[in-house]
Ligand binder design. Structure first.
Ligand SMILES: Cc1cc2nc3c(=O)[nH]c(=O)nc-3n(C[C@H](O)[C@H](O)[C@H](O)COP(=O)(O)O)c2cc1C
Length: 413
């Protein structure tokens, strides 16, 4: 992998993460992911963010520094936009190669970097508006964007080129090959990265959507000509494209999103499964699309992405030991933890003698402050009758109609 010039005097260094890795130990990466680091060369040299410390990853970074003719000891400033180890793990080995550099981060970032790495170097806490002059026209200005995605997060803005080095903000999953910028990716590749942006957003930053909106407000006051995130491609031809996408994804936190229903179902002996057909028919009859996930067979990372962009959620699951089919309870709790809020919803499912699934569902929704709006549930004993199936279809139509009416039009952004 080669270092790439992003703009005059600004270079992207990169290590990819393979599809065999679960990001944060949780989230599948079917298309991998990239960890982007940036080198800014003025009279002085600064490196902004870095890579993890596993399996020879820092060595990938050092090989790219070699290509640029930069030695470790040439680096005067290490700028930590965000202390998460996928961007900072390399500092352990770097600090054994260079003993004379200064670490710049927010006050919170300094505190975290000391706790994680205990580096014996100079630290400088910076705040919004502070800057570093690297000479030769290169000037870095800092803007705090807390909680996108850790509390320490800031963005670094290089003024001469209008390059926003924003770490986790405006990132996507997806490994990067030779083409590293939007101006080198064709329409199909860009669409793939936008889908990867949705999965990244829902899995990693969705919970911090208000902070994302605050961050967008802040950076919109800068003359941003290039968006250079810590993950995914650089947006140089059309930086607005990724900013607008993030604005849209953040807005989904209120509930209304695409005219789409995510259907989550689980069944032990097939009684609840029988409701799937009328449920999907009902949604389709209203001209609304549905995406179906079986639980527990589907991964929460995929379900979360789908739920995030859906205006409606349909649940089909039976009662199990006086509560909900357990894997569905796990999924719903995680949707709550990740702030999938304000959705339109329906529920159906079989029980044998007491019921109980609905009670646990209500508890989870309340505990996680999810604010979902349900049409009346269709709960039935044993196998569904013809009448029950018809009721499910009607219920699904009602949900789909509401979804169609509440979904956000594409033209909003
Ligand atoms: C292990 C197990 C525990 C169950 N616990 C309850 C229960 O507490 N209350 C109840 O009403 N039904 C209970 N049932 C009955 C199921 O809810 C019922 O068989 C239902 O039809 C299963 O739906 P399915 O065919 O979609 O899996 C239980 C069934 C199993 C297998």
């Amino acid at each position: 992998m080669r270092a790439n010039e992003v703009a005059d005097g600004i270079y992207r260094l990169c290590a990819n993460i393979g599809s065999e890795v679960l990001f944060e130990g949780i989230w599948p990466l079917p298309k991998g992911a990239s960890m982007n680091s940036y080198l800014v060369k003025g009279k002085d040299v600064a490196i902004i963010d870095g890579v993890g410390d596993w399996d020879g990853v820092p060595e990938t970074l050092y090989a790219q520094l070699d290509q640029l003719g930069v030695k470790a000891e040439d680096i005067r400033y290490v700028i930590i936009n965000h202390t998460e180890p996928d961007h900072t793990g390399w500092l352990r080995s770097f600090s054994s190669m260079n003993h004379d550099f200064e670490v710049l981060a927010t006050a919170r970032g300094v505190e975290l970097a000391k706790a994680f790495f205990g580096l014996d170097v100079a630290f400088r806490a910076v705040k919004s508006g502070d800057s570093v002059d690297l000479g030769n026209g290169k000037r870095l200005v800092f803007e705090e964007i807390p909680n996108v995605h850790w509390p320490d997060t800031m963005a670094t803005f290089e003024t001469s080129t209008g390059t926003l080095l924003c770490c986790d903000a405006f990132g996507t999953f997806g490994a990067i090959g030779e083409a590293f910028c939007d101006d080198q990716l064709d329409a199909a590749q860009l669409e793939i990265f936008e889908r990867e942006a949705l999965r990244y957003y829902a899995n990693i930053v969705g919970r911090f959507s208000q902070q994302v909106i605050n961050a967008i407000d802040k950076v919109s006051k800068l003359d941003v000509r290039i968006v250079a995130p810590g993950h995914g491609p650089i947006w140089r031809r059309n930086p607005e494209r990724i900013i607008r996408l993030y604005q849209r994804l953040a807005s989904y936190a209120k509930g209304p999103a695409r005219p789409l229903v995510t259907v989550l179902w689980g069944s032990m002996y097939g009684n609840t499964r029988k409701t799937l057909e009328p449920l999907l028919d009902g949604i389709a009859e209203e001209g609304v699309d549905a995406v179906v996930y079986q639980v527990p067979q589907s991964h929460i990372g995929d379900i979360l992405a789908s739920a995030w962009e859906s205006t409606g959620i349909a649940l089909a699951m039976p009662t199990y030991e006086y509560q909900m089919f357990p894997p569905m309870a796990v999924i719903l709790d995680e949707l709550g933890r990740k702030s999938v809020k304000g959705k339109l919803a329906m529920r159906t499912g079989s029980f044998g003698w007491s019921g109980g699934a609905q009670k646990e569902l209500d508890e989870i929704l309340e505990r996680r402050h999810m604010g979902w709006h349900f049409v009346d549930p269709v709960e039935f004993r044993g196998a569904p009758t013809v009448d029950t199936l018809e009721q499910v279809r009607r219920c699904a139509r009602q949900l789909a109609r509401q979804v169609r009416e509440s979904a956000l039009p594409d033209s909003v952004f």
